[in-house]
Design a protein around this ligand. Sequence first.
Ligand code: URA
Length: 270
Amino acid sequence: MQTICRGFQAFAGAAAPRREGERQLIRLDKLLTHFGCGTRRQVIDAVRRGRAQVNGKTCCDPAAKVDPEQDEVRFDGVVQSYQKHRYLMMNKPAGVITAVSDRRETVVDLLPEGERRGLFPVGRLDRDTEGLLLLTTDGQLCHALMSPRRHVEKVYLARVSGGLAPDAAARFAEGMQLRDGTACRPARLEPAGEEEGLPLWRITLREGKYHQVKRMVAAAGGRVEALRRVSVGTLELPPGLPPGSWRALTAEELTRLLAHIGEASGPPDG
Ligand code: URA
């Protein structure tokens, strides 16, 4: 099971820590400043007032040396930690490519330049699909989310024209065959109201074949006019995140997602 890492990997660019034997030590005030607890001046003040703890003991000396790999550092009682990797969620707008680079505009191009380094999208949404897209620097998480053995659920809302066959939900549930013979795993098809005068369907997949929703809907007699992904595993598209915007995952979202992936593992990939 993967954990949110504490450590120096994310410390690139920070002042080089002092070495003492094998331990890598850094001044407490410097570390807390890098953790975003305030400006250096504010942090020095706060430490002197007793707001920092190292390994459970209040430390009032801003110059005290700590080991960010080993020592538990708290500020106002809250454990301070680095994440080794970065995790962002984006509400992908229609019209951009799910790729790191392309001659056309990509999801990574939507991020400010300073945020882009090392990030890649987890899985792929079609150019005209909107919705929840995870971007990360964590290849292991990406692999786990994409691995067919983990069966992580992805939920889509599809606006459909043309009408679906009466037995469409049963065919989705059985595991339908696409027009080219591709076999799909069992999926869920549920009515989700109406949008712009067309029926809206909630479609839950546990795999990610090329154009899968569109092809399944087509095999059931309909046509997807608009498609939006609303969740991946435990991660949900927040209502306050408009298309084209993004934010970092909260620690709680990340922890729940990692726990979910851990629970969702089956037999090894074959
Ligand atoms: N299925 C599709 O057809 N398109 C997507 O973008 C995602 C799932």
